[in-house]
Every structure is written in structure tokens, then in C-alpha cells.
Ligand binder design. Structure first.
Ligand SMILES: [Zn+2]
Length: 86
């Protein structure tokens, strides 16, 4: 089972479809059992979808990194106290 942190580290790759089916299965399993990660995943998914709907070319790497940084900060805030060490 992935830890919450491990899941978070791979979430954007997961959404981009860059992970192997094996890893995706682990991530889905974690998401099905971990409410905080589920919530976070939905937020991230929604953000990505909104970005993809913009009538412009794919996000520049810089903007993309900025979004990821913000999500990372948000995630830290949310998980700072409740993170499990499994
Ligand atoms: Zn989790």
C-alpha cells in the first residue's frame, strides 16, 4: 500500500497517464480507502480539467510547476497533522 505522501508524489503523473497499470492500480486502491487523498485527488483532477478546457495550447511548464507548487503547499497544510506513516 502506498503512503499518502507517495501517492501525492505520483498524482500528477497518474492524471497524465504516465504511470504503469501496476502503479495506477496501487493508486486507485489507496484512493478508494483514503478519504483525504480522495478529496485531494478530486481537487487536482478538477484543476487539470479546467486547465485542459482553456482554448490555448498546453500549459507552459512554468505555469504547470506553479500550479503543482500551490497544490503541494495546500496538501502540506491539509495533511500536516493527519498524515499517516504507513
Ligand atoms: Zn492517503
Amino acid at each position: 500500500m502506498l503512503s499518502c505522501r507517495q501517492l501525492f508524489e505520483r498524482l500528477s503523473e497518474f492524471l497524465d497517464g504516465e504511470l504503469s497499470e501496476d502503479v495506477c492500480a496501487h493508486i486507485r486502491a489507496h484512493l478508494s480507502e483514503c478519504a483525504p487523498c480522495q478529496t485531494f485527488f478530486r481537487t487536482l483532477e478538477e484543476t487539470v480539467r479546467l486547465c485542459q478546457q482553456l482554448p490555448s495550447p498546453p500549459l507552459p511548464e512554468e505555469v504547470r510547476r506553479d500550479v503543482q507548487e500551490r497544490l503541494r503547499a495546500e496538501w502540506r497544510r491539509r495533511f500536516a497533522r493527519s498524515e499517516r506513516s504507513n
